[in-house]
Design a protein around this ligand. Sequence first.
Ligand code: NDP
Ligand code: MG
Length: 394
Amino acid sequence: MSTVQQITVLGATGSIGLSTLDVIARHPERYAVFALSGFSRLAELETLCVQHRPRYVVVPDAAAAHALQGSLRAAALPTGVLVGEEGLCAVAAHGEVDCVMAAIVGAAGLRPTLAAVQAGKKVLLANKEALVMSGALFMQAVHESGATLLPIDSEHNAIFQCLPGDYGRGLQAVGVRRVLLTASGGPFRETPLAELERVTPEQACAHPNWSMGRKISVDSASMMNKGLELIEACWLFDARPEQIEVVIHRQSVIHSLVDYVDGSVLAQLGNPDMRTPIAHALAWPQRIDSGVSPLDLFAIGRLDFERPDEQRFPCLRLAREAAQAGGSAPAMLNAANEVAVDAFLQRRIRFSDIARMIEFVLNAESARAVEALDAVFEADRRARALAGEWLARH
Ligand code: NDP
Ligand code: MG
């Protein structure tokens, strides 16, 4: 490929956004930054504009736009400032953009990610919540637009690497028996159950292997992250929930495995650094340097595996049930979890209340059919209202 690819990074100020910019900066002959977005870390966003000189930058509101415009002008940067969801969708779907990194956290990323998909872009999907919420509609949009969807989540990127190119024919057709989704088990894998009532946001965010944003760190501690990933895998690889088995592998060296009918099991390994899946997806089907150091198997020494304990991690069970129920259930699970994690981070509820609140929301109504995006946002709104009721009562 001779031309420089124009990249939009949605959620540039976050953990995935910064790792993406690190990989991009290693290959100026291949990639240029077309647009960046941020939300609350606006000083960091300004620094990123100076470093990467994007054509556009997107901020949440007019006040932020005004402040950033002033400093960009003072620095003589040619960057245009756009605002809000409309701005995010515009830079995701812009005619000159080749590739979009979808790395906004949570439901806020759904419309911009879908805008990139509908415009037929190469979409690097980190924002798993978008796919969990709108699964069937999202995948339908991918097929209709001809967008290239590449998973950034390390597990899904690993599965993608272990599947044959024609896996779209169906897992059974390509000889897959099951997919093994690995999980580190997070910081509370061995914490006595009674102590889980008292763990703090700081403890929950101190992941043993990965450095990530706060929301996904709490999701990893509760294993809701693995639950969301189970749903994500069902949509990405057209799998049924029972074809996916979660395996706790505390070293986070094997990023997932595919088990074939002939007894072959293929795995993808690497140091736990998101620049590997990011570089893989950016360059796919080629390979580029990511800056990640080579895996030292002798230093690692051993790889351990265990079955997840659903009593310790009820969120995993709740997510599997939502996956089986389908329809509006995954969107409600996701929204209830977002409210619960936020409340936990603000110290309004205990860690073990996260699962209680989600279970309350899911039990409040049975799954409804989701035929259009409006129904997804409606389910998201209902779940947030129900979660609010639970909060008010506790
Ligand atoms: P961070 O919290 O580090 O970053 C989130 C990004 O989204 C930031 O740029 C943030 O802006 C922006 N943002 C937050 N809220 C809004 C909003 N309402 N509207 C627009 N933008 C918003 O998260 P991560 O980078 O860790 O995760 C991003 C996504 O990638 C998540 O969906 C996560 O599940 C997924 N992922 C992350 C992995 C990781 O290793 N970090 C691994 C696998 C998946 P600002 O910071 O300026 O407020
Ligand atoms: Mg993951």
